[in-house]
Design a protein around this ligand. Structure first.
Ligand SMILES: Nc1ncnc2c1ncn2[C@@H]1O[C@H](COP(=O)(O)OP(=O)(O)OP(=O)(O)O)[C@@H](O)[C@H]1O
Length: 262
């Protein structure tokens, strides 16, 4: 399921928060959305969630504007994992994942065998089957994040949109989430703060600054030291990761120099 932002502009109150952003995420691509705090990443994503209506342009999923389809149809086409998901602590992990089936069912439909299969498969995909009966509230932050991704997978939507999925996770949990996202091979747009995650896990990266898209392309080609300095105000060096052999980016403060003393 393809996602396109066509000349999207978004105002909040009197302020223009996103200006004329055009970006296309092709079927099966994993695209990272990066940019400094307040650059408009979440706001742009909200236009694809069908939460914020652009004042200009449109977010299209499968070639159709999300505002020209029902909320239910939008939920069939794209699944969302946001930063601040508030869930009733009383629900079990399996119940939370089963909520992902809602857009596919009528109000009074009972769960089918297929629903059960999809939920179990989603739990298995994120390696959380062992916790199916646990209360969601008792899980660690990383485990909760995996369950929220499982809920998104249970929607069987063709497109996954995530806002900072590695936030608050320890280093191992971060890699588990990123490996999972890569291995799903779904059309994926994810806001990321860690430039190294964008470089090593994304097919393409889109860089926002002050509400505008300033660059997009293959991460190791686009995230040049000059661009990273201009957009983020830090020094950057791209090289090869000594363990994975993939590109990596090392960053330091703008004034940083090599020194043997600290
Ligand atoms: N409801 C709102 N009312 C007023 N201003 C808002 C609102 N939502 C967002 N903004 C402003 O819009 C700008 C962009 O915010 P947004 O959350 O999209 O940035 P971001 O790139 O996702 O930032 P971060 O990396 O900090 O999550 C910020 O200056 C923010 O203060």
């Amino acid at each position: 399921m393809r996602l396109e932002f066509e000349d999207v502009s978004i105002d909040i109150g009197p302020a223009r928060i996103v200006s004329d952003v055009s970006l296309r995420i092709e079927q099966g691509e994993v695209v990272g959305l990066v940019g400094p705090n307040g650059s408009g990443k979440s706001t742009l994503l909200r236009s694809a969630y069908r939460v914020l209506r652009p004042v200009g342009g449109a977010a299209l999923i499968g070639g159709e504007s999300v505002w020209d389809m029902s909320a239910r149809e939008a939920a069939r086409r794209r699944a969302i994992v946001t930063q601040h998901t508030v869930l009733d602590a009383a629900f079990s992990v399996r119940e939370i994942v089963a909520m992902g089936r809602t857009p596919r069912k009528g109000a009074f439909d009972r769960d089918t065998e297929h629903d059960h299969e999809v939920v179990e498969r989603a739990l298995d995909d994120v390696h959380m089957s062992w916790a199916a009966r646990r209360s969601f509230a008792t899980l660690s932050g990383g485990e909760q994040q995996r369950v929220l991704i499982a809920r998104a997978l249970a929607q069987e939507a063709g497109l996954l949109i995530l806002d900072e999925p590695t936030n608050h996770l320890d280093v191992r949990a971060q890699f588990e989430i990123l490996d999972l996202l890569r291995n799903l091979r779904m059309t994926t747009l994810t806001a990321l703060h860690d430039l190294d995650h964008a470089v090593s896990y994304c097919d393409r990266v889109a860089i926002m600054a002050e509400g505008a898209l300033v660059a997009e392309g293959v991460p190791a080609e686009v995230l040049t030291p000059e661009l990273v300095h201009d957009v983020f105000g830090v020094r950057a060096v791209l090289d090869t990761h000594p363990i994975t052999g993939r590109p990596r980016i090392a960053v330091a403060s703008a004034g940083a120099q090599r020194t043997d003393q600290y």
